[in-house]
Design a protein around this ligand. Structure first.
Ligand code: ZN
Length: 141
């Protein structure tokens, strides 16, 4: 019996010329492929490939555009409500904010669901179940 292996595992860094790797899952929801993340090589790797990294960047840009659109809709709705003299009731504003946040959250979930497609990833499936359960309350009220 030797303690040599344990001592090596406890070492601060990899030996010369040896890259320390860990199993990781791609940060792109539609991929989630397992890959070997190389540790200590500059910026932390989040995606399994450059293709996934670029796809994720495009998706984030698209979602940011979408979000700013909804923020504009909220602002315009507040202005319209104020024009009816209804914009200054704090209770009403709280209800509108809650409902608007629910709508925005639902819109974001819908975007993610389109993005993951028919993925059988358990996380995607749970999000789909939650979306379908909540959607009628948010769109009907
Ligand atoms: Zn990937």
């Amino acid at each position: 019996m030797s303690t040599h292996g344990a001592a090596r595992r406890g070492a601060a860094g990899p030996a010369d010329g040896e890259m320390l790797e860990l199993a990781a899952f791609c940060g792109l929801p539609s991929c989630r492929r397992e890959y070997r993340r190389v540790l200590g090589a500059g910026q932390r790797q989040i995606y399994c490939s450059d293709t996934c990294r670029r796809t994720a960047q495009r998706e984030v840009r698209r979602l940011r555009t979408r979000l700013s659109h909804f923020v504009e809709v909220v602002e315009q709705t507040r202005i319209d409500l104020a024009a009816h003299g209804k914009g200054d009731d704090p209770n009403e504003i709280a209800i509108i904010d809650t409902h608007q946040r629910a709508k925005e959250g639902l819109a974001r979930a819908a975007g993610v669901l389109r993005f993951v497609g028919e993925s059988e990833d358990p996380l995607a499936e749970e999000l789909r179940v939650l979306y379908e359960a909540v959607e009628p309350f948010v769109t009907q009220s």
